[in-house]
Design a binder for this molecule. Sequence first.
Ligand code: ASP
Length: 342
Amino acid sequence: MSQRSVLIIYTGGTIGMLADPRTGALRAMDLSHLEEQVPELERMGVRLGSVAFEKPIDSSDMRPMDWVRIARIIGDHYAEYDGFVVLHGSDTMAYTASALSFLLEGLAKPVILTGSQLPIGTIRTDAKENLITAIEIAAAYEGDRPVVPEVAVYFEYSLYRGNRTVKVHAERFEAFRSPNWPRLAEAGVRIKYDRASILPQRTGPLKVHQQVDDRVGVIRLFPGIRPDWVRHALSMPELKAVVLTTFGSGNGPTDKAFLDALRDAAERGVILVNATQCVGGRVEQGRYQTSRAFVDMGMLSAHDMTVEAAVTKLMFLLGQGLSDALVSERFERSSCGEVGGG
Ligand code: ASP
């Protein structure tokens, strides 16, 4: 078997922080020190390459153009490597993973995002295991076929589909879940892949999309939400689409002023999407009276998509310059396993 190759793309986050031995303050590590920090990498039998953001960032500072930057790095090195590992802060990793799944159309190689809750240089760090196993997964091939030919998140012994992932804990090592999709793999003594849950191998060339439209908003409902506040939020000039995070299976207040604010926005051409604020389960518009009006005003359903996937998918689709009708049609359809049965 030929030696596999993996490109590590370092964007920032806790994983790459080093504690100053004198002050204890965290500072971003130079990527060239990675092998020093994790000597095990040399023994993995994988040819490693690396690229780093000039200035590594906390993932709370990630912007859509950074997603494009990562996608472009992957595109530029696509033929040269068998797999890719993106080192990323955990806070917005689910958004980046979702965005990459849309930007990398036709992806046929593993792109594994990972990070850590503790810096790589600290004694109880989770960074080493996350990094080593992410590389192993990115380099896992059977013959000439990658085992995981999709964008995935690896964290604390679990591999999840990137665009199904949500960050669920701020402190636990087990910080992620994919409530509406089975884990793609579990890393115990061996890495056990759940093949039925992994996307089928795609054929054809990779297309790296580079346009994202950020004129998208999110309104989270809560009991007592003021209609005038909703109307104000929806009045932003040039607003293209809004994800309304609703109760339960897609429900909201039946208050007339609230519904009028939404209807007026829909009539002005703002695309409205109904996504549940529940962590798991799906939207079923029209099941209760409290979502009937949403159907009537043409609100799209996010079905069982995460809010992270819904927001990044809208940014991606709007960035393609499609008509509103095409955005709406493509939004509800699965493009890379983000919604429905796969
Ligand atoms: N604030 C950090 C970040 O998301 C936390 C982490 O790295 O996990 O960049």
